[in-house]
Design a protein around this ligand. Structure first.
Ligand SMILES: Cc1ncc(COP(=O)(O)O)c(C=O)c1O
Length: 368
């Protein structure tokens, strides 16, 4: 069979550069600290792990298809109507479904220069056209996004806070941008790191979803809840968007162990608070200590920081990556985010944080 005759993926699919997760091994290192995937160093709630284990007695039963218990638990926790929540196998699942539900071939979806890379991937997969908006100081910019809106725009993706920069758009700016968007454009506020933000001018999106017809907020259990392995996320949106997503999602897209662990996790407010407090202590410490070594660190409100390295031979981000990996400290290389000179570091345990600072001090030829 010739290449032309064999089955062809739809246009756009072969333009995708597949998402490459950060590495998770450091060959030769005695101990490994994985600080490359923005996972919580404190792990999940013990109650969530217990709920997960208890589900092992029911593996022969299909899950309840609407994740009702989880939607109700989220509803109680956030004061939301469970009917306007959809759960997914990670927030990735929901971002993918939104893209497929709202983009026809040739339609445009806007994302930002250093924005989360899944958005252009899902856009191309749906036959759409990803349109990149510039940022200012590694931060999404409302006017740059608005300047990219055309008659073909159907979705604007905003990770707030953004991964991998850790920066955020203040709520007043999100609202101003939303007011200027045509009513048929869906604004997707991806608030995967919302729980970590401690700023008065930040809002995850709940208020905007509640007061408009074209805004959706997505959330995840992979970050502060420490349940990344289970693949669990949720979205809150207007009824008509919820209806569209429910029509195309897999009927059992959330499995029972994940759902029950999610319920237990959302009810364990004490564990969430401990995780939040840990981050609030170590995020500024890492930012300051690494800054003192002469490296630029982008101010972050999430559970990771972006460290910028010089282009000087021996001091580049590649050199740093190799140096740290050899010591079992795995950071995230971010050249696919158009950040070839930076590494992303997830806030780790106290031990891991201190080891990273000491290793970077050695790398930079300074005393820690
Ligand atoms: C901004 C952002 N959105 C969404 C996700 C996807 O999270 P998950 O699919 O694990 O819920 C991530 C994970 O890295 C992220 O950084």
């Amino acid at each position: 069979m010739s290449v032309q005759q064999r089955p062809q993926p739809r246009p756009g699919v072969l333009d995708i550069e597949a998402y490459v997760p950060g590495k998770s091994t450091a060959p030769g290192a005695a101990r490994v600290f994985k600080l490359s995937a923005n996972e919580t160093p404190l792990g999940p709630s013990a109650r969530a792990a217990e709920a997960f284990r208890a589900a092992a007695d029911h593996l022969h039963d299909y899950p309840e298809g609407s994740a009702r218990k989880l939607r109700e638990a989220i509803g109680r926790s956030f004061g939301l109507d469970p009917a306007r929540i959809v759960c997914g196998a990670g927030s990735d699942d929901l971002l993918n479904l939104l893209t497929h539900a709202y983009l026809a071939p040739g339609d445009e979806a806007i994302y930002t220069r250093h924005g989360f890379r899944i958005y252009p991937i899902f856009t191309l997969a749906a036959g759409g056209k990803p349109v990149m908006a510039e940022e200012k100081n590694y931060t999404a910019d409302a006017d740059s996004i608005l300047a990219k809106v055309t008659a073909r725009t159907r979705i604007v993706f905003l990770a707030n806070p953004n991964n991998p920069t850790g920066t955020y758009m203040p709520f007043d700016e999100v609202k101003r941008m939303h007011r200027a968007l045509p009513a048929h454009v869906l604004l997707v506020l991806d608030a995967a790191y919302a729980e970590y933000v401690r700023r008065n001018d930040y809002e995850s999106g709940i208020e905007l979803v509640a007061t408009s017809d074209n805004v959706v907020m997505t959330r995840t259990f992979s970050k502060i809840h420490g349940l990344a392995a289970l693949r669990l996320g949720w979205m809150y949106g207007p009824s008509h968007v919820v209806d569209a997503v429910n029509r195309i999602r897999g009927p059992f897209n959330v499995n029972t162990p994940a759902m029950l662990a999610g319920v237990a996790s959302i009810e364990d407010a004490a564990h969430l608070e401990t995780s939040r407090a840990h981050n609030a202590r170590w995020l500024p410490w890492l930012t300051e200590e690494i800054g003192k070594l002469g490296l630029d660190v982008t101010p972050s409100v999430a559970n990771f920081i972006l460290i910028h390295f010089p282009k000087t031979k021996g001091r580049t981000s590649r050199d740093a990556d190799a140096f740290l990996t050899a010591r079992g400290l795995i950071l995230r290389e971010v050249s696919s985010y158009d950040l070839p000179d930076a590494l992303r570091l997830t806030v780790g345990t106290e031990e891991a944080n201190r080891l990273v600072v000491a290793a970077l001090a050695e790398f930079m030829g300074k005393k820690a």
